[in-house]
Design a protein around this ligand. Sequence first.
Ligand code: GRG
Length: 281
Amino acid sequence: MYDEINARLQELVKKCEEPSLQEAMLYSVEAGGKRLRAMLLLGACEAVKGNYDKTALDFACALELIHNYSLIHDDLPCMDNDDLRRGKPTSHKMFGEAMAILAGDALLNRAFETMADLCDSQQNINAMRTIITASGDNGMIAGQVQDILNENKKINSSTLSNIYSKKTGKLFVVAFKAGAWLGGADEKYIAAIEHVGMRLGLAFQILDDILEVESTAEILGKSTDSDKRNKKNTYVSVHGIEVAKVDYQQISAEALTALNKLPQKTDALCDIVLSVIKRKK
Ligand code: GRG
């Protein structure tokens, strides 16, 4: 699954005919992402209909392209101002800000074009629509906006939940939903799998916050990172590390319970969900 996703992502990005833009797009897409969202989409599709086809693979890649665009833009000096992503220089550090913005834009558009090429059935249109909505102005982008507006402010847990459910949660939820649509699931199944996605997305983000705090050696060496930590709202800054760890255990358990209740699931889907919950970095 992982290799198939990588191979197709490369083909899709190589459709770009502008060499310097293609180079910047490929740099991010080939930088070693875990492909969690794409694998969840394929796993959900397989759980419903027993397999996934080339159409589902393209939708999975479209979601991964959107995720990669969001990371490039999130790293920009005007947003999170990060120098490193996946252990490598961020896109703007490698190619400059203008090219990084354009590479992100181009990845997003490649995602839309990839999905549009497949919109020949109602279920594919549903899958495309749900992905566009999740990543759009009432989804991931809204979460990013709320995160920026709340920088340097003390926020409560409900504001943080709202930010997380949109900023990170939406792409997790939509991986499950779109995969299930493509597998031919009914509304009842979609609602059940959506719940798995919501709990898993939150567990993923809390774990991310815990892991960031725990990688102290890396963090303490960089004054810019400690400056950034002061203004960033995270699950750990709002609730404290101990509560974050307890909540993480509980919310991951809820994700697994919801997963186990699904009328159709496969070992592959369960393994992907577990890999999200158990990841170490
Ligand atoms: C710029 C519109 C816009 C949105 C950005 C998702 C997001 C919104 C920002 C990401 C900020 C961030 C790094 C949050 C931590 C959780 C997270 C999304 C980590 C990266 O996801 P992984 O671990 O990434 O799945 P890989 O590298 O495996 O692809």
